[in-house]
Write a protein that binds this ligand. Structure first.
Ligand SMILES: [Zn+2]
Ligand SMILES: [Zn+2]
Length: 183
């Protein structure tokens, strides 16, 4: 859905969208497995640059939710994650920033991005927001044992015979603390 500048010049735009699983490309490792729902509104915000010039920013406010499939960061098994969030974004015409120092920004709070052409594509907004809302390293479960670094076996499923057992530094540090507390 294009949030068009032309339409915004007439009135505020409300949206309530359900975007199918194959519309937005989240990259190779992330698959959307449920419709991405988003609702919100957009309106124009006029900014003054210097004395004369006025520029038109597009402010987009809304929320979203969907379910994604990705791989566990340790054992690489597929896992599902519900991702939700909300946003309040300001889109400034690309190029409007060059060489301007005194500007009144009516919405300090909003994050600033840029648009070109006729407006802002909601799908682009959502793609970025979903990726930002994703956990950096999702694991299938907190105590996932991951893959053996030597033979590659999934240690959640089977134990291998490699000589060095995989020990996470995090756990050994915890054990040290525990030992100290007990002594
Ligand atoms: Zn895992
Ligand atoms: Zn092994």
């Amino acid at each position: 859905m294009l949030i068009s500048l032309h339409e915004l010049e007439q009135h505020r735009v409300d949206f309530q969208e359900e975007i199918g699983a194959d519309v937005i490309d989240f990259g190779e490792d992330i698959h959307q497995v449920q419709p991405l729902r988003s609702s919100g509104h957009a309106d124009l915000v006029e900014e003054r640059q210097g004395r004369r010039e006025r520029i038109q920013d597009i402010r987009v406010v809304g929320d979203f939710s969907t379910r994604l499939e990705m791989n566990c960061a340790r054992c690489l098994e597929p896992i599902l994650r519900d991702v939700t969030g909300d946003f309040d974004l300001l889109y400034r015409p690309r190029g409007a920033d060059s060489g301007v120092k005194d500007r009144t920004v009516p919405h300090d709070e909003a994050e600033v991005s840029y648009y070109t052409g006729d407006g802002v594509l909601l799908e682009d907004v959502l793609r970025e927001q979903v990726l930002l809302a994703m956990p950096l390293k999702a694991v299938c479960r907190e105590d996932c044992r991951g893959l053996c670094p030597h033979c590659g076996r999934n240690l959640n499923i089977e134990q291998c015979n490699c000589s060095e057992p995989l020990r996470e530094p995090r756990w050994s540090a915890l054990k040290e603390i525990k030992d100290k507390l007990q002594s």
